[in-house]
Design a protein. Structure first.
Length: 291
């Protein structure tokens, strides 16, 4: 997920500058870089003309342009944006670029403006956030910290215990259910949240070829968990610009091993509605000034 995308730079864009961001109109999103060029200058913008949000070297960094799209569409200046798993602070930087207030939490804070906290128990009052964004671990592929509470240490493909429920990754999904409960608690009524997540696949030990692996449909599982507490607004497919996808050895391994490289992430967009019966499925809320 981290690193520069493999898409070619659009014509007319000068070297060292990225194309201007525009609100997306479809559910297929793509951008030729991990980061965007922030508007403004040192006299007009709190961060000047920043060319990076968060830290490009952070493992599993969220593409900042994805967060820009969400905050542009679902928030206004002065709104409070919360990220329960803030990582290197990408959400905080994007929120500040757009004039939003922000709070970030993480078990292993990467910088001083991120508070140490478990996403399953946020030190935040009920119903105070105007928008929540979260990019959780996709099973155990990235070691985010040595903290035993880290959800990234829970295997979404773990086999169920003998005689137990038949669901793989039960401990991982139970932890994520608690995170979703906290997001629902801190979010204001009729406000939005989004989760950026990917499915996963892992080769079985000792297996070679023949599709000998474990597929983890994390996106579908998380949609089901979110839908218990929120009203679905939409699902966006975000093209992954990971350079690994274009490497010959990776592509060869995928073909010979009969598996697929992850080419996209889900962006699950939800709305908190305390009285679901009042929800109009065609309501876009913020676009009609219902704030």
């Amino acid at each position: 997920m981290s690193g520069r995308g493999s898409n070619p730079r659009p014509s007319g864009v000068r070297p060292g500058r990225r194309p201007q961001l525009r609100p997306e109109a479809t559910t297929l999103w793509s951008y030729p870089s991990q980061h965007y060029d922030a508007p403004g200058n040192p006299d007009q913008s709190p961060r000047g003309r920043a060319t990076m949000q968060g830290d490009k070297a952070y493992a599993g960094a969220t593409p900042s342009w994805v967060i820009w799209q969400l905050l542009t569409r679902y928030t206004r200046r002065g709104d409070l944006v919360v990220d329960p798993m803030a990582g290197s602070g990408t959400t905080l930087d994007v929120a500040r670029d757009l004039g939003r207030r922000s709070i970030g939490y993480d078990l292993a804070p990467a910088r001083e403006d991120i508070f140490a906290a478990d996403a399953r128990s946020l030190p935040l009052e009920d119903a105070v956030a105007d928008f929540v964004f979260i990019d959780p671990p996709y099973s155990t592929h990235v070691r985010y910290s040595d903290d035993p509470r880290c959800i990234g240490r829970l295997d979404a493909g773990a086999a169920p215990p003998p005689g137990g429920p038949g669901r793989r990754g039960a401990e991982y999904y139970a932890a994520m259910e608690r995170v979703v409960d906290e997001i629902h608690r801190v979010l204001r009524d009729r406000r939005y949240m989004a989760m950026y997540v990917s499915d996963s696949w892992r080769k079985r030990r000792g297996k070679a070829g023949g599709g000998g692996g474990i597929f983890m449909p994390i996106g579908f599982e998380m949609f089901a968990i979110l839908r218990r507490r929120f009203v679905p607004i939409d699902i966006v497919c975000v093209v992954r610009g990971n350079q690994k996808l274009t490497r010959g050895n990776w592509r060869k391994a995928a073909v010979e091993g009969n598996f697929f490289l992850r080419g996209f992430n889900y962006l699950l967009i939800m709305k908190k509605v305390n009285d679901v019966e009042m929800e109009n499925s065609e309501d876009t809320g913020i676009h009609r000034g219902e704030r």
